[in-house]
Design a protein around this ligand. Structure first.
Ligand SMILES: C[S@@+](CC[C@H](N)C(=O)[O-])C[C@H]1O[C@@H](n2cnc3c(N)ncnc32)[C@H](O)[C@@H]1O
Length: 270
């Protein structure tokens, strides 16, 4: 039976992978709000190209391992848990995954199992509310969901969540050359997304060409981070991608404020 419409005759083919979403399912997700769209996509998310590839995660894990020790780690917009799987062995105390989609968190919980050293938090990255609670924070494949006007707030929240000397690590790409294939694709997609959001409510917030390397460097420096960029460390076809390691200035009393303020803390999910 077709999982989207419940119709017995409709066998819409899966895109990306035999276990991936069908065209109809993708359309339904794209016409929902961002959060609801991910709730719907969650069971098939691992079979889409939207999940960060293992080849990227492996390199990030190796590079972060050289910068240990970390007691507490935070993966923002954790989705089904690919970043948490990388982060967990690097953190001596715990790895926390935060996402606003209950569906994605449930899938992460299913994949990671109920382990005491992993916590899943349902929350919005724009209102983090953590204060000096983590030694390392990561975010993968999700910057397109952060509207430009909110980027500064997002970066300030991450800075606040890190302890002095803490690292914010992520992967991004340089701004593409105007009229290059990637530039045209990004702007073409963004135009359609703006049109969709004008016509359909609630909006699906996802835009390309945001938080590119240059923009991210500016934002991070403005928030007080010391920024290091590693280029050429990813294998083909991700050679263009760069690993950004942004460090919160290592001054201040690390043990002064260790309060964790989260809207909702949960060890595992029901
Ligand atoms: C493309 S997925 C990436 C998941 C995972 N990080 C990965 O690389 O595979 C984007 C994730 O960001 C989450 N997300 C989007 N906007 C968010 C927000 N404002 N606060 C929290 N999570 C958000 C979505 O629910 C989704 O799980």
């Amino acid at each position: 039976m077709c999982p989207t419409w419940g119709c017995r005759r409709c066998y819409a083919p899966a895109v990306f992978h035999p276990h991936g979403p069908t065209v109809m399912e993708l359309a339904r997700q794209g016409l929902s709000s961002t959060r609801r769209g991910y709730d719907l996509l969650a069971p098939k998310f691992e079979y889409t190209p939207f999940r960060t590839p293992d080849a990227i995660m492996r390199v990030v894990g190796e590079r972060l391992a050289r910068r240990r020790p970390f007691a507490d780690g935070l993966d923002l917009c954790c989705g089904t848990g690919v970043g948490l799987r990388m982060l967990r062995p690097l953190c001596a105390r715990r790895a926390v995954g935060l996402d606003f989609s209950a569906g994605m968190l449930a899938e992460a919980c299913r994949q990671l199992g109920g382990r005491g050293d992993v916590a899943l938090v349902r929350g919005d990255v724009l209102t983090l509310g953590f204060e000096r609670a983590f030694d390392v924070a990561t975010c993968f494949g999700a910057f397109g969901h952060i509207p430009r006007r909110e980027q500064q707030r997002f970066v300030a929240g991450v800075y606040q969540a890190l302890r002095p000397g803490g690292l914010f690590a992520f992967v991004t790409v340089p701004t593409p050359r105007p009229l290059s294939r990637r530039w045209l694709y990004g702007h073409g997609y963004n135009a359609i997304a703006h049109l969709r959001n004008l016509l359909v409510r609630p909006p699906f917030v996802m835009f390309y060409l945001t938080f590119t390397l240059e923009a991210a460097q500016r934002l991070l420096a403005g928030a007080g981070f010391e920024v290091e960029v590693e280029r050429g460390c990813f294998p083909a076809p991700y050679r263009e991608a760069a690993l950004v390691l942004a460090r919160r200035a290592p001054h201040g009393d690390r043990h002064q404020v260790q309060r964790v303020q989260a809207a909702e803390w949960r060890l595992g999910l029901p």
